[in-house]
Design a protein around this ligand. Structure first.
Ligand code: AMP
Length: 359
């Protein structure tokens, strides 16, 4: 079937960048998002203003679209499964199921032969006390579901940290306690798998977080070629196990000996892959569109070193200065209100390029 229209669930900046990449390849886009005039809808052909699990809206999205994708991992699995009956959905609903729950995610990664932090499921204060005792009083406690940008987490740094009342304080919801990983740095890899099973990986990025939010992604990452190869192999294993089509982001901790420990996966384009639009010929956004529409995957090699910096809240004021600089690509998300902690845009500085021509 000829694909003309791509349905995108979620209307944030990732949906916006997917819609823009889709338009360049002559695809139309329809966004399902409850917030009117969302970032994605501003550059798409149509928006269905409704909840992500609204059956009538999902049916409309299926009618309008030749393929459906999503830009965030908390799309209800039931919505993806319902859509799948009438329209192809990429990445598969299984990828949502695995990534929505940190316990399922780590269990799945381990089953694929991918190392993670050690972990215990926590369903009560007694579970927490026992798990902390097992980890020598140290660990990172996280909500199993709906945690992002470091929200819903508590770090136990030493045996002296008192866990009393923590289970209730975090809302009495299912939790996971992870062993504390004394990592040297954090990296991520963006990989794509086509309908033919071919996998293409971008270079791993080195990521720095501030207040739980990604601050910068730097290329190249300070890791060995062996570690980069291990990241690529992990991505390949995971993508094959999920029979995945589309782009995925995988985050890792890098240990002092170069070993990688997987932390999180995101079944979508990823903030730590925004640099690809400036330092590669084919961005992660176009790569995703190519994958889900059955087109050939593009070249994911990198032509420049670079640093991507997120513009959070008031960082937006610095945009005129960034625009005045050479070798800087500015990308803004069309959000009107610059609340603290809100991602408003990003910039990518190319480093070590040949001297740009004058003018
Ligand atoms: P996450 O929400 O899982 O991405 O965690 C947010 C940040 O917390 C990570 O980027 C790390 O900097 C830190 N972190 C998460 N899990 C661990 C862990 N098990 N050990 C040490 N640091 C962690």
């Amino acid at each position: 079937m000829t694909i003309r229209t791509i349905g995108i669930i979620g209307g944030g900046q990732l949906g916006r960048m997917l819609a823009a990449a889709a338009a360049r390849l002559n695809f139309r886009t329809v966004i399902l998002e409850p917030q009117p005039d969302c970032p994605a809808a501003q550059v798409a052909n149509e928006q269905i203003v409704a909840a992500y699990d609204d059956p009538a809206a999902l049916a409309k999205l299926a009618r309008r679209s030749d393929v459906v994708t999503y830009e965030f991992e908390n799309v209800p699995v039931t919505a993806a499964e319902a859509l799948q009956k009438t329209v192809p959905v990429h990445p598969p609903a299984k990828a949502l199921e695995v990534s929505q729950d940190r316990l399922t995610e780590k269990t799945f990664l381990n089953a694929c032969g991918i190392e993670t932090a050690k972990f215990h499921a926590i369903d009560s204060q007694a579970d927490l006390d026992a798990a902390l005792a097992d980890f020598g009083g140290k660990g990172v406690l996280k909500t199993r579901r709906f945690g992002y940008d470091g929200k819903g987490q508590r770090v136990f740094r030493s045996a002296g940290d008192d866990p009393a009342g923590t289970f209730e304080a975090l809302g009495g919801v299912p939790l996971i306690l992870e062993s504390f990983v004394p990592f040297e740095r954090e990296v991520s890899i963006i990989a794509a798998r086509g309908k033919d099973g071919r996998v293409s990986c971008y270079d791993p990025a080195e990521n720095v977080h501030r207040n739980g939010i990604l601050h910068t992604s730097t290329l190249p990452a300070r890791i060995s070629e062996d570690a980069a190869q291990a990241a690529r192999e992990s991505a390949e294993k995971l993508l094959a196990a999920l029979d995945y089509v589309g782009v995925i982001g995988m985050e890792f901790f890098v240990m002092a000996d170069g070993r990688l420990i997987a932390n999180e996966i995101a079944p979508r384009v990823h903030n730590s892959g925004h640099w690809t639009e400036a330092a590669c010929v084919i961005s992660q956004f176009e790569q995703h569109i190519r994958a889900i529409t059955g087109l050939a995957l593009g070249d994911s090699s990198r032509h420049s070193d670079c640093v991507m910096t997120n513009l959070i809240g008031d960082d937006l004021h610095a945009v005129p200065e960034w625009l005045a600089r050479k070798d800087v690509l500015v990308h803004l998300y069309g959000k009107t209100e610059a609340r603290p902690g809100r991602k408003m845009g990003h910039i990518t500085e190319l480093k070590g390029r040949k001297t740009p021509s004058q003018g």
